[in-house]
Design a protein around this ligand. Structure first.
Ligand code: ZN
Length: 89
């Protein structure tokens, strides 16, 4: 399967929040930084934790790809990305 473009995914979610009138901090909704933030990598791993790297920034704990902050309410878990993107195994 193709990797998920995290920045595109993130922007689509953020745009919906902006249209809904949510409060923003920088380019992302306030709410995303609040209780239980969620991070997504291009392989569809979703986690509340990430590996902080001096050189590469925030990385996925499972595959060490860069992660992006995403909407904790709307982001499907890894198993759902399998369905969405037609992954098997
Ligand atoms: Zn990953």
């Amino acid at each position: 399967m193709d990797p998920i473009d995290v920045s595109v995914f993130q922007k689509e979610q953020a745009d919906r929040c902006r249209e809904a009138g949510e409060k923003f901090f920088m380019d992302l909704p306030d709410r995303w930084y609040a209780n239980g933030p969620m991070y997504l990598c291009e392989n569809g791993h979703v986690s509340g934790n990430y590996l902080k790297s001096e050189e590469k920034g925030a990385l996925c704990l499972a595959c060490f790809k860069p992660v992006g902050l995403v909407d904790p309410k709307e982001t499907p878990l890894e198993s759902h990305f399998d369905e969405l993107f037609g992954r098997t195994g």
